[in-house]
Write a protein that binds this ligand. Structure first.
Ligand SMILES: [Zn+2]
Length: 74
């Protein structure tokens, strides 16, 4: 009868256990440590890489971006 709450409960996508606290990543604390940290690390590295590429090829990227915007508008 009153199983709506259980159905609505958020579950960890890694181990399917019901999350006690609301999790941004949809992971239980155990898997946040397992996946969340590497994901955050990769994200940070990606940003650093993107930043370096931007410094290196700044002009080129701006030109490419401008072309993309033009093409989207057409
Ligand atoms: Zn989990």
């Amino acid at each position: 009868m009153s199983s709506k709450k259980e159905q609505d409960a958020k579950k960890c996508w890694a181990c399917k256990s019901v999350l006690v606290e609301d999790s941004k990543l949809g992971l239980c604390p155990k898997y946040i440590n397992k996946y969340g940290t590497p994901v955050a690390a990769v994200g940070s590295l990606g940003l650093i890489f993107a930043g370096k590429q931007l410094l290196k090829n700044g002009g080129k990227i701006v030109k490419v971006a401008a072309n993309v915007v033009k093409n989207i508008k057409l």
